[in-house]
Design a protein around this ligand. Structure first.
Ligand SMILES: Cc1ncc(C[n+]2csc(CCOP(=O)(O)OP(=O)(O)O)c2C)c(N)n1
Ligand SMILES: [Mg+2]
Length: 632
């Protein structure tokens, strides 16, 4: 609809849709649509605003901004985050919700996106700006802060937050939001709250607002002096180790990482988000580092003199709660985010991962680690790969070990299949054991490690890369958190292959509980026992395959590893989501990573098991380092 000269008369909802379809990103000369679709669940807050606008767009130009129907608002954000990660943050999805519970359901998803540095555009409805109909259904009435709404809870979990209380505010809100979404150092959840009356309100917008726009994702080049400091430190090092993080993959810098590694001989370890930066069988790949690391990478980490962190935010899992590295170690951090680059008193090289890796390769020309160190690193990596091979083929009876399930899925996934996981015992085992052959084939959300991400995240991955097979590994606990999105996969004809590992409870927290002396309390799925009054009765009769079938998924039950291998092959013949269930033995652990994680143990207790664990905890804590010295 056109208004007076140079304006278009549209509702706020219509203006948002018209604006979003005109946004693009560009890097290395390649352009993408920034917002490729919109998930939504409608309620009184958005049905007449964004709901009307999305319908209008769908009728006018089908496919321009497709609407996807979610089951749970948290899951919609997970799908958007999975999509954005798969697209290396160049494209994402928007999510529209009603007010109140629909909006606050997105908060967990927002935290996940922000922590993983993944762009998602959240458009929660908000209570009336005019306040005439106050308190509207689902409104939080704060007794003294009259302008507070439940949506204020988005503030700490968003990298950008705005509330559009008048149409005039919308252009700045949208432009600010797009800038943060596309800035690799700042990106995360971007939230624009839209009061329900404002969403439906009309305004005469300057038509320039709707011009096609390109947000250039620049490769910021690090300061040459910082690169010089890093190179000088490395030239004096004898046991350097690269730790590749997610930034290497998002920046599409894996070939540049390989060049630096091959030119200098420095071995490469990987964080969860960075796994796949080098193929697992590259001679310099030493595997995962930290709490869930390979014994190879962790041995090298302990004796390293210089650690080069590339695109990592150094979570406690990567540093083994600050015990992974020796006391005299020095850090060089290459990161687009200055705050991450500066961690651990590092020589900070602030810039894009590809630009930093290229600059370091040039600055280190002619320098190489000694042959004995190279040989030691590849020998350790070979040993670890043999342990993986054994773990894949344990032949545990009567139920397979989880490592055998991982081996079967790894074989089925081949080079391009993507494994998706987030919480439970599986992410750690995958980090240690998954043989990654491609930078986008390993998708474990371990920033927020959010139970329930798996199926929804897998949907986002499949939407972003329909040409790939997507294997969602999910525990029974995580499945029960959010199975509903299976319906979305059915609705959208998305073939995700879900392997549900049934072990009747929280195996991961069970073993963690044992390690802190709390005896697996509250972690098994058992009836309340009338004799003891405790949850130590018979195992609960849960049939998750039947649950998945009732939601429309195809289901295969595998009793052992042989049947699982067959089921994975058969899954290719189905349309839509397939769920394969397999029961595993929760007590067979993956190979040891020779590492430690700081989980505090009760300092005083009546329980002997706790007191014993506390003594061990105190010993381990004494090994923690602060890495305070060593800057330039
Ligand atoms: C939303 C959420 N709540 C709680 C946790 C803490 N937690 C981590 S793993 C886990 C149990 C996961 O159970 P399951 O999916 O069955 O995997 P398993 O441990 O059996 O491998 C829990 C409760 C979490 N990560 N996310
Ligand atoms: Mg479980």
């Amino acid at each position: 609809m056109t208004g007076s000269a140079g304006t278009a008369r549209l509702t706020v909802g219509q203006a948002i849709v018209r604006f979003l379809v005109a946004q693009h990103t560009e890097r290395d000369g390649i352009s993408h649509r920034l917002i490729e679709g919109c998930f939504g669940i409608f309620g009184h807050g958005n049905v007449a605003g964004l709901g009307e606008a999305l319908l209008g767009a769908e009728l006018a130009t089908p496919g321009l901004l497709p609407y996807y129907q979610g089951r749970n608002e948290q899951a919609m954000v997970h799908a958007a985050a999975g999509f954005a990660r798969m697209r290396n943050r160049m494209s994402t999805l928007a999510c529209t919700t009603s007010v109140g519970p629909g909006a606050t359901n997105m908060i967990t998803g927002a935290a996940l996106a922000t922590i993983n540095r993944l762009p998602v555009l959240l458009l929660p409805a908000d209570v009336f700006a005019t306040r005439t109909a106050e308190p509207v259904l689902q409104q939080l009435e704060h007794p003294s802060q009259r302008d507070a709404s439940a949506n204020d809870a988005f503030r700490p979990v968003s990298r950008f937050f705005d509330r559009v209380e008048r149409p005039e505010q919308l252009p700045d809100a949208l432009l600010g939001a797009m800038r943060v979404l596309t800035d690799p150092a700042e990106t995360g959840a971007v939230t624009i709250c839209l009061p329900e009356d404002v969403q439906a309100q009309a305004f005469s917008w300057p038509v320039e607002l709707f011009e096609s726009r390109t947000w250039h994702v620049v490769r910021s080049v690090p300061d040459p002096a910082a690169v010089g400091r890093a190179a000088a430190l490395l030239r004096g090092a004898s046991r350097p180790l690269i730790v590749a993080g997610g930034g290497v993959i998002y920046s599409e810098a894996t070939a540049d990482l390989r060049k630096l590694a091959e030119a200098t001989g420095i071995p490469v370890a990987e964080t969860q988000a960075g796994k796949g930066s080098l193929p697992y069988d590259h001679v310099q790949s030493v595997g995962a580092v930290g709490v869930t690391g390979s014994a190879a990478a962790n041995a090298l980490a302990r004796s390293a003199d210089v650690i080069i962190g590339v695109g990592t935010r150094w979570s406690d899992f990567s540093t083994a709660s600050r015990t992974a590295f020796g006391p005299g170690v020095r850090f060089i951090n290459c990161n687009v985010a200055a705050a991450d680059a500066a961690k651990h008193a590092a020589v900070d090289v602030v810039g894009d991962a590809r630009a930093a890796l290229c600059a370091l390769t040039d600055a280190l020309a002619g320098w190489h680690v000694g042959p004995a160190y190279s040989a030691e690193a590849s020998e350790l990596a070979r040993d670890w790969d043999q342990r993986i091979e054994r773990a894949y083929h344990l032949g545990n009876r009567p139920r397979p070990a989880q490592s055998e399930v991982i081996g079967a899925v790894n074989a089925a996934a081949g080079r391009s299949g993507v494994v998706v996981c987030a919480a439970g015992s599986m992410p750690g085992d995958l980090h240690k054991l998954w043989r990654a052959r491609d930078p986008k084939a390993y998708h474990v959300e371990y920033g927020y490690s959010c139970m329930g991400y798996e199926i929804a995240g897998g949907i986002g991955v499949k939407m972003a890369a329909p040409e790939r097979n997507v294997y969602v590994l999910v525990g029974d606990g995580s499945y029960l958190m959010m199975p509903g999105e299976l319906v979305t996969a059915v609705q959208e004809h998305l073939k995700i292959i879900i392997v549900l590992v049934q072990n009747y409870g929280f195996a991961s927290i069970g073993s963690l509980s044992e390690s802190v002396g709390t005896q697996r309390f509250g972690t098994a799925y058992r009836y309340r026992n009338s004799a003891t009054g405790r949850l130590d009765g018979e195992q609960l009769p849960i049939d998750l395959a039947a649950n998945a079938q009732s939601l429309g998924a195809s289901v295969i039950r595998a009793a052992d590893t042989g049947e699982l291998v067959q089921a994975l092959a058969d899954a290719n013949g189905f349309d839509g989501p397939v769920l394969i269930t397999v029961e595993t033995d929760p007590l067979v652990a993956a190979p040891e990573s020779d590492s430690w994680w700081d989980v505090p143990v009760a300092e005083v207790s009546e329980l002997e098991s706790v007191n014993a664990a506390r003594a061990g905890y105190a010993r381990e804590r004494a090994r923690q380092r602060r890495y305070l010295s060593g800057g330039s």
